[in-house]
Design a binder for this molecule. Structure first.
Ligand code: KG4
Ligand code: ZN
Length: 415
């Protein structure tokens, strides 16, 4: 078997991960150690705890990835590691270990942007299935707990470049799932629970009013004068800041106007979280939320039946309506961007890409407008290191290696 074997290391948030990928197209091993259980009681990722757990896990996780791949430290061709965006302290654990390995083993070191990794998770799996012909122009929606971005992705002479044509102005979509789950007493992380509960509620029961995002993003305007740098938020943890309510989502199906090529396709998910909170307050649901929170806290690993036993119809309807609104907004804006840029391929990736309704809606609407949509498998939708090793392969071929002096970039931009 030919092709470079790259050891990927990922520690940007609350997953310590390592993987071996051959030639950017074959995942040989993929080990993910999730810290979710440890952060659960706090309702979100605690940065200091994340760093400490990465320190504990990094060596065994890398050893297991090598052993599963029947590789050794000496046999791999390069070491790739996430440089950012993410939690600085968490990123530094992976970076420091990768540097030490590269130095001791005299192997090339490759620094990878986490968002580029999410995009390459889809490409890796498509190549693994034998699909080597990606049609351009390609548009990638990276939608996770820390990010909601639209990137035009280009490949020129095996080198990838990206143009951001949309991002969230406040909360990421996954962040909204997590905050809504938290305020409904459903625990953390919210996405998987809301995904499973939504099929039991009526998605038309609660109407969420969305406004158009008409004014320019003040952060982008400022960033333009500031060397065009709009930094990514670090990871899921810094999301307890509550953004301005109602600054604007727009309802699905209302996008009839044409967009110009320079137009941005921004998102906003802070308002819908506030709308859910208001609904809970005005419908006297606080007592039942507290009862549910207590009941679920007493169960170590709640099953779907446990959640259902603690949710009344009103809560299930609210959850289903919330999910439908977010999914419709993501799909509508992404397809509007795809139409404007004559997109031939759509890639949907990141933790929220694991969502069943999001996948079904993208598949249905993509087929309707004739744009093929590709997702990673569910294990590669959320954070992993196979995506880092896959994104590193074009850089390996181009000898785009990192020096020993590079450091973590918490707000790293993808371009
Ligand atoms: O990509 P990821 O593992 O980490 C970040 O880079 O943020 O994404 C985690 C996020 C969390 O907000 C989680 O609630 C969300 O992805 N998520 C989901 C689902 N599974 C995970 N959201 C909706 N539906 C899901 N099935
Ligand atoms: Zn991620």
């Amino acid at each position: 078997m030919s092709g470079a074997y790259i050891l990927g290391i990922e520690s940007s948030c609350d997953e310590t991960a390592a993987a071996v990928v051959r030639a950017g197209e074959q995942m040989i091993s993929n080990v993910v150690f999730s810290q979710i259980a440890m952060h659960q009681p706090y309702g979100g990722v605690v940065p200091e705890l994340a760093s400490r757990e990465h320190l504990r896990a990094i060596v065994p996780v890398v050893r297991k990835a090598l052993a599963d791949a029947k590789q050794t430290y000496a046999s791999v061709d390069a070491i790739a590691v996430t440089q950012g965006p993410g939690l600085a302290g968490a990123l530094l654990v992976g970076i420091t270990y990768a540097k030490a390995l590269a130095f001791a083993l005299e192997k090339p070191l490759i620094a990878v942007n986490h968002l580029e990794g999410h995009i390459h998770a889809v490409l890796l799996e498509e190549r693994q299935k034998g699909n080597h012909e990606l049609k351009f122009p390609a548009l990638a929606l990276v939608v996770s707990g820390g990010h909601t971005h639209l990137f035009l992705a280009k490949e020129t002479d095996a080198t990838w470049s990206y143009e951001n044509i949309g991002h969230t102005r406040d909360d990421a979509a996954g962040e909204a799932f997590d905050k809504v789950a938290k305020l409904l007493g459903l625990g953390y992380p919210g996405g998987p629970v809301i995904d499973r509960l939504s099929v039991h509620g009526d998605a038309k029961a609660v109407k969420f009013a969305f406004a158009q995002l008409k004014h320019p993003d003040r952060r982008t305007v400022k960033a333009k004068t500031d060397n065009d740098k709009l930094e990514s938020p670090p990871c899921r943890k810094e999301r307890d800041r509550d953004g301005a309510p109602g600054s604007g989502q727009s309802s699905a199906g209302s996008a009839t106007r044409r967009h110009t090529n320079s137009e941005r396709f921004d998102f906003s998910y802070s308002g819908i979280k506030t709308a859910v909170l208001r609904y809970v307050e005005t419908h006297d649901m606080k007592a039942s939320v507290e009862a549910r929170r207590k009941a679920l806290a007493g169960i170590s690993k709640p099953t779907l039946e446990d959640y259902l036993a603690n949710c009344d119809k009103q809560t299930l309807d609210l959850v289903a309506s919330f999910q439908r609104a977010v999914v419709d907004d993501l799909v509508r804006k992404t397809l509007a961007a795809a139409e404007t840029h004559n997109i031939a391929t759509l890639l949907v990736t990141g933790g929220v890409a694991a969502n069943n309704e999001l996948r079904q809606t993208f598949e249905r609407e993509g087929a309707r407008v004739g744009i093929p949509v590709f997702f990673p498998s569910r294990p590669l939708s959320t954070d992993n290191a196979a995506m880092i090793a896959a994104a590193a392969y074009p850089k390996f071929l181009a000898k785009d290696f990192a020096g020993m002096d590079f450091s973590a970039e918490a707000g790293m931009v993808l371009r």
